[in-house]
Design a protein. Structure first.
Ligand SMILES: *Cc1c(COP(=O)(O)O)cnc(C)c1O
Length: 402
């Protein structure tokens, strides 16, 4: 384990957590598609339940294909241990509910993924946990919002869909002065481009549905952090809420992770080209992409990230109507939510992903009605740009007519 961690990340994407199957020599990990495991004897079964002997019992409590995935992601994020879940939301809910209880308070960076917002502001509230949105890009505002009962600080960086960055080191330092656990949703970057634990975060969560799976064919989640906390997550919320990943989906993520390095490099390269194209277009008022030198957070991006990723958003001149025309005119880009796919996906946060967030909260979080989000895929950049160009021409024509 320690030997492999000295190798570069691109190598570890392929080799971490992997060894040939001891029985057959199979290099690809076997899919242990089983719900339960035979005990050699009654005594062995009893010892496994008592925790006196390690080994598998039942797939909700652990499975070798899940374990291989957990070992790999823990290595890539630089954490002690990991727990795999059946979705990103199961991972986020699993970590949050393992760490807080009635009477506790959570701070979260706003904007945040719409369902995370709902989980914290609606579901957790019904169990006596309060949550407050804060601007994670302003550490002094975060510090002012801390209460004596604040247990958790949860944020995404970059945020979705406004691509605002939070300084992980600064936030972790201030949170730790108040004994607050820091959880970073690293979905948008993937461990190839950003490793929050290296900057002081305690726990990383992922929607593995996105870049980790990478092919738009699986829904899954991951949490990485200290062994003691991950053991608590496994033995409480994973075991008792039961939001586990299936062995086949774990295998799909192991497969996806093998190409993470080359995919993230290509996503980043394509997104930068698309961002530069959009930035000079007369119908585009603003482009949000941390890799643009014009981005106000370019320096922080260079300090904390190893690349700028595949997600960007932009504001069209003409607001909501222009956005609708653009989404109706694209041909190669697919109108769909989600991100991190091989295919370029385009969506309109105000009517899709962030529709559950109240309009005032959306506006306060900088999500204007004309904002369009693009998850730049792995197609040839020239083809993506040509499609946007013809769709923007349609927006221009509609505005001249209107
Ligand atoms: C998609 C997403 C989630 C939720 O993940 P699921 O796998 O859809 O449950 C959480 N956070 C971010 C940043 C996401 O993009």
């Amino acid at each position: 384990m320690e030997e492999i961690r000295q190798r570069s990340l691109a190598t570890r994407c392929i080799h971490a957590g992997q060894r040939p199957d001891p029985v057959t020599g199979s290099i690809a990990p076997p899919i242990y598609q089983t719900s339960t495991f035979a005990f050699a004897s009654l005594e062995q079964g009893a010892a496994r339940f008592a925790g006196a002997e390690t080994g598998y019992i039942y797939t909700r409590l652990g499975n070798p294909t899940q374990a291989a995935l957990e070992e790999k992601i823990a290595d890539l994020e630089g954490g002690e241990a990991a727990v795999a879940f059946g979705s990103g939301m199961a991972a986020i809910a699993g970590v949050v509910t393992a760490l807080v209880g009635a009477g506790d308070h959570i701070l979260f960076g706003s904007p945040i993924y719409g369902c995370t917002y709902d989980l914290l502001m609606d579901v957790m509230r019904r169990f006596g946990v309060e949550a407050t949105p804060v601007d994670a890009a302003r550490p002094e505002q975060v510090e002012r919002a801390i209460r004596p009962n604040t247990r958790l600080l949860l944020f995404e960086t970059p945020s979705n869909p406004t691509l605002r960055l939070a300084d992980i080191r600064a936030l972790a330092d201030l949170a730790h002065r108040h004994q607050i656990t820091v959880v970073v949703d690293n979905t948008i970057m993937s461990p190839y481009l950003q490793r929050p634990l290296e900057h002081g975060a305690d726990i990383v969560v992922h929607s593995a549905t996105k870049y980790i799976g990478g092919h738009g064919d699986v829904v899954a989640g991951l949490a990485v952090g200290p062994a003691e906390i991950m053991a608590r997550v496994r033995s409480t919320t994973l075991k008792n809420f039961g939001g586990i990943i299936s062995p086949f989906d774990a295998w799909l993520l192991l497969r996806g992770l093998k190409t993470l390095a080359v995919r993230m490099e290509r996503h980043s390269e394509n997104a930068l080209r698309v961002a530069r194209y959009l930035e000079q277009h007369p119908l585009v008022m603003r482009v949000y992409y941390p890799g643009l030198e014009s981005s106000p957070q370019y320096e922080l991006a260079r300090r904390q990230m190893d690349g700028f990723g595949g997600l960007l958003s932009f504001e069209l001149l003409g607001g909501i109507e222009a956005g609708r025309t653009l989404l109706s005119a694209v041909q190669l880009c697919t109108v769909a939510v989600s991100l991190g796919d091989t295919d370029t996906l385009i969506q309109h946060p105000a009517s899709m992903t962030h529709a559950v967030v109240p309009a005032e909260a959306r506006a306060a979080a900088g999500i204007s009605d004309g904002l369009v989000r693009l998850s730049v895929g792995l197609e040839a950049a020239d083809d993506i740009i040509a499609d946007l160009d013809q769709a923007l021409a349609a927006v221009g024509r509609s505005q001249r007519i209107g």
